[in-house]
Design a protein around this ligand. Structure first.
Ligand SMILES: Nc1ncnc2c1ncn2[C@@H]1O[C@H](COP(=O)(O)OP(=O)(O)OP(=O)(O)O)[C@@H](O)[C@H]1O
Length: 321
């Protein structure tokens, strides 16, 4: 489990990350989604131990990244935004060097190298100098070094940045594969990326976690839109035996009666809508019945349009360190 509590980081007087708290369970794939400059990279750098927070804690299975960095870092694979890859080095030499840096015992290094080369499909490029590789292959080398040592936590900063559609699809497949054994947190500003591979999204805005939502919950709805021939009182009488309806409100439209039906959180719209359709059609006509679903794009827009709670995080504040 990855536990982040009240993380804060400034650059000079500018607060780049403010009060970020969240918990990620083993095996989850979580996406940090935000506009450029929202604070995603700064959060990931603090999770990986690369940057010290000014306040707050990061714990990996109870191990503090700041207080026990050596133990914590053995559990982490990190793909930074700009990987310091040496252009003149051959891929195999670089990975060998990375395995040594990660203190993988020499008796296990060969097997480990074979494993990550296979996972990232790099075997054709082992002797190529890194500087001659395409962006996609460089990114694979970055992921390969992150996978060395079978880390339980994989931190990937924009893993598909700059990749073409085929490379992007391959990288997403690889992340899904890796996530069978590890907890993955990645940053992106691409919504389709989150929809394609993540279980959960944290929307980052002006250094804060502005929204924490499970993708499966976004697909759920707690409101149905109904169009029927029934006036309000008749509708209420028709459906009052259905458990799970919290509230019915009428929407003004000229021809049909149109309603918003709010549901309790513990029921699914699929279950209620079939009962509703059955009851309404017993005594009237049903013209339309559908759930209101907030897609990720709408949610992202709504979150980014809300007024900022902590304006000083954009402007710097008086108590900078
Ligand atoms: N070393 C630094 N010194 C000063 N300001 C910085 C530094 N690094 C980042 N910042 C600022 O902190 C804010 C958050 O940056 P960060 O790189 O974490 O955002 P991001 O969400 O990862 O952005 P992007 O999607 O563009 O990579 C930005 O305003 C950025 O300009």
């Amino acid at each position: 489990m990855l536990e982040v509590s009240k993380l804060m980081r400034k650059y000079g007087r500018f607060t780049a990350v403010k009060d970020a708290s969240f918990t990620i369970e083993q095996g989850e794939i979580v996406g940090l989604l935000g506009h450029n400059g929202a604070g995603k990279t700064t959060i990931l750098k603090m999770l990986s131990g690369y940057l010290e927070p000014h306040h707050g804690q990061v714990q990996l299975n109870g191990i503090s990244v700041n207080q026990q960095p050596k133990i914590a870092q053995q559990m982490i694979g990190y793909l930074p935004e700009n990987l310091p890859i040496y252009p003149e080095m051959q891929v195999i030499d670089y990975l060998d060097y990375a395995a040594t840096l990660k203190a993988i015992p020499s008796s296990q290094q060969l097997d480990e190298l074979r494993r990550v080369i296979k996972a990232t499909d790099l075997s054709d490029k082992l002797l190529a100098p890194i500087g001659t590789l395409s962006r996609g292959y460089k990114q694979r080398v970055g992921v390969a070094q992150a996978l060395l040592g079978q880390p339980r936590f994989l931190i990937l900063d924009e893993p598909t940045n700059g990749l073409d559609p085929t490379q992007t699809a391959q990288m997403r497949q690889l992340i899904l594969e890796v996530a069978k054994q590890a907890t993955v947190i990645l940053s992106t500003h691409i919504m389709q990326e989150v929809e394609a591979i993540c279980d959960r999204v944290l929307i980052i805005r002006a250094g804060e976690v502005a929204m924490d939502a499970k993708l499966a919950d976004l697909k759920q709805s707690h409101r149905l839109e109904l169009e029927t021939s029934l006036p309000l009182e008749a509708l209420r009488a028709a459906v009052n035996s259905i458990a799970g309806i919290a509230h019915i409100s009428q929407v003004e439209v000229p021809i049909h009666h149109r309603y918003h039906i709010e549901l309790n959180n513990d029921v699914s719209w699929q279950e209620i809508s079939s009962q509703l359709a059955h009851h309404v059609t017993q005594i009237g006509d049903l013209y339309a019945l559908q759930p209101t679903i907030t897609d990720l794009e709408t949610l992202f827009r709504q979150v980014n349009q809300q007024p900022l709670q902590h304006q000083q995080s954009l402007e710097g504040d008086e108590h900078a360190e």
